[in-house]
Design a binder for this molecule. Structure first.
Ligand code: BTN
Length: 247
């Protein structure tokens, strides 16, 4: 470990390199933050690999959670909103959320969130933001789908700076979430999708298509069909959301 320091309610543990900040954070108590300058085995949602690299922000926050299982479904959305709010203060055209919590600039992903529950009383919220790192240098296949903020900004925030903004934002949002629930966030989240898009949701073994119009009060994705009816798809069953190109 390079250093430990206090910030607000948080105790931040900083490392030069870890396999995955989420893995180490799963052994830590609530209000710990594990941050690494690089990760050798970063993990994404649904067991996907998350490519890291020096210059990005790789951090995992441990939060206490009430027994209510809904937190696992809705906290990732709240985290996406917090990140979106912070990045909106930068001159980034085309910044948007893609369900459940990918942050994109145009069609390229710049940040992701992985929430895990290592114990019934706490969750680990893993956050990765591509800042000055180059994901495609480690995996050329990422070039069309991933980007770093350095691709869009003249002045790119330092990982430390963004880390503190995220911790402040998450502490405040989590307090409100405990008091008022997901309802306090839903409308704001639904304004971050940047309009309606044709999507295909991979649900178990089938694919469901429709126009993504936002989330319901439990964070489930809502799709509008061609006949104008809206269907709610169970979020935990969705393996992947693919955006379909409209003609
Ligand atoms: C995703 O979009 O699939 C989620 C990506 C989450 C990546 C972050 S980086 C910090 C933390 N540690 C990990 O191994 N994963 C998360």
């Amino acid at each position: 470990m390079i250093a430990t320091r206090e910030f607000g309610r948080w105790t931040i543990e900083e490392f030069a390199e870890l396999d995955s900040t989420n893995t180490l954070a799963s052994t830590r108590p609530a209000w710990t933050v594990v941050r690494a300058a690089d990760q050798t085995a970063g993990r994404g949602r649904h067991d996907r690999v998350w490519v890291s690299g020096v210059g990005g922000l790789w951090m995992s926050l441990v939060l206490p959670v009430p027994a209510d299982a809904g937190a696992v479904e809705t906290l990732p959305l709240v985290t996406g909103l917090v990140l979106c709010g912070i990045l909106q203060s930068l001159p980034l055209g085309g910044l948007r959320l893609r369900w459940p919590n990918d942050l994109l600039v145009g069609d390229r992903k710049v940040a992701g969130v992985l929430l895990e529950r290592p114990a019934p009383d706490r969750v680990v919220v893993g956050i990765g933001v591509n800042l000055k790192n180059s994901p495609a240098e480690r995996d050329a296949g990422l070039e069309p789908v991933a980007a770093s903020l350095k691709n869009f900004l003249k002045v790119v925030p330092e990982p430390e700076q963004l880390c503190e903004a995220v911790l402040q934002g998450m502490e405040a949002a989590y307090g409100q979430y405990l008091q008022e629930g997901f309802a306090a966030f839903r409308d704001r989240i639904n304004r971050c999708w940047d309009g309606e898009r044709s999507v295909a949701l991979v649900v178990d073994k089938e694919t469901v298509e429709g126009i993504f119009v936002g989330v319901d009060e439990a964070g489930n994705p809502c799709l509008r069909d061609a006949d104008g009816t809206t269907r709610i798809i169970s979020g935990p069953l969705v393996w992947q959301l693919k955006e379909l190109k409209s003609d």
